[in-house]
Design a protein around this ligand. Structure first.
Ligand code: CA2
Length: 144
């Protein structure tokens, strides 16, 4: 089983800015923990991060030929991107949407996600654990 872990814009700042909102784990920490849990669950992970919407769309399209599903934190594109939604629907692979913060307890504009309605599941508010919970859900959804 192969899974793509996709990070949207600004997530490279993780652990270096706004620790009160996003915690102290870095993106490398998140990636390492996801890769380690995936190995325990019998899955392989490919990681991709971009600050650019089109690059994320291109990656989803291109990776869809070699992965069974996507674990994605779309960052701020969650709240703006019909293109990402269309890409994820178009490739016909299940995806789980994850967020570090509780997007429903913050500004009103963060409550709406263009992706949640077409996701296999959504996990938010648990920091790094959101990714691990999301990974477990995705692997279960893929029959692992
Ligand atoms: O809570 C999440 O995971 C978010 O997807 C993070 C996005 C935000 O726009 C979403 O509403 C919720 C922001 C990602 C930027 O990451 C940073 C990390 C550390 C410091 C600054 C930004």
């Amino acid at each position: 089983m192969k899974i793509a872990l996709v990070h949207g814009p600004n997530l490279r700042l993780l652990g270096r800015r706004e620790p009160e909102v996003y915690g102290t784990d870095t993106l490398d920490d998140v990636n390492a923990r996801v890769v380690a849990l995936a190995a325990e669950l019998g899955a392989e992970v490919e990681v991709f991060q971009s600050n650019h919407e089109g690059e994320l769309v291109d990656f989803i399209d291109e990776a869809s030929g070699r992965v069974d599903g996507f674990l994605i934190n779309p960052g701020a594109f969650t709240h703006t991107s019909i293109a990402l939604r269309d890409a994820l629907v178009g490739v016909e692979r299940p995806f789980v949407e994850v967020h570090l913060s509780n997007t429903h307890g913050r500004e009103a504009f963060r409550r709406h996600s263009y992706l949640s309605g077409v996701a296999a599941g959504v996990v938010f508010g648990f920091g790094l654990q959101s990714y691990l919970l999301g990974l477990r859900g995705l692997v279960a959804r893929l029959g692992g």
